[in-house]
Design a protein around this ligand. Structure first.
Ligand SMILES: [Zn+2]
Length: 250
């Protein structure tokens, strides 16, 4: 039973740690009432949870087995992991057979890219930007932080004091997580010898594709278009400081 409840949390994590299209859905659901799990995870617990998520994913998606594509992705991932702040985690990057353009990560260093994302990416630097973002989520302990926050909300919900504000707060923290993963990931990409503009190039092209294909609902506060735009602006600012720092060193 505990396992099933954990799985519900896992699915929640997958739903929120979306990277490429900035869409995450937050729903409050009574079935997440975990009563036998700690509020924060240590590394071992995170790795264990990650294993369960990975099993779930492998069970529910077809994996892309093309050896060349897997080799390219694995090399990019290892270069980024080496320069990251949590390179003791057993990172893996798996390609899913899906034409959608997406990337996400599970606790414990599991990263997933869709085949569609790899086809859409024009350079290795763009892929490195996306993978760097996911490595950064793990390095910054976002899964554990999110887990803690969700547990808090659920315990308040149990006490009958749950309020929509807590979900709004969670939402704003998720935006922060995305922006922090963007800048840290770009920093890793640059350290690993990739062009740090890769992620920005990818996000801008993806945003214009989504606008062209009318893939957003009504634009406005909280819309995916707005989320991606704020990530793009934040990234531009960061890239200009990164560039200035380089020039000062030279
Ligand atoms: Zn993300």
């Amino acid at each position: 039973m505990a396992l099933q409840r954990k799985l519900l949390f896992i699915i929640f994590v997958l739903a929120v740690i979306f990277c490429a299209n900035g869409q995450y859905s937050i729903t409050a659901d009574d079935t997440w009432q975990l009563d036998d799990t700690p509020s924060e995870m240590n590394d071992e617990e995170e790795i264990e949870l990650g294993k369960q998520v990975d099993e779930y994913i492998r069970h529910h998606f077809y994996l892309e087995n093309d050896p060349d594509l897997n080799m390219v992705v694995s090399n990019i991932t290892q270069r980024l992991v080496t320069v990251s702040d949590r390179n003791t985690l057993p990172f893996t990057c798996t390609i899913l057979q899906s034409f959608s353009i997406n990337a996400f990560s599970a606790p414990g260093g599991h990263i997933y890219l869709t085949y569609g994302l790899l086809k859409f990416a024009q350079t290795e630097d763009e892929v490195a930007g996306i993978v760097g973002h996911e490595v950064a989520h793990a390095s910054l302990h976002h899964a554990s932080k999110l887990y803690h926050e969700v547990m808090e909300i659920l315990s308040r919900q149990n006490n009958g004091t749950h309020s929509p504000e807590s979900l709004l707060l969670l939402n704003s923290h998720l935006e922060e997580f995305e922006q922090d993963a963007d800048t840290t990931g770009v920093f890793y990409a640059s350290k690993a010898g990739f062009n740090p503009s890769g992620l920005l190039d990818f996000l801008e092209r993806h945003l214009s594709l989504m606008i062209r294909k009318n893939m957003f609902g009504l634009a406005g506060p909280g819309s995916s278009a707005e989320l991606i735009n704020s990530r793009i602006n934040h990234l531009k600012e960061y890239l200009s400081t990164l560039e200035k720092g380089k020039n000062n060193k030279e």
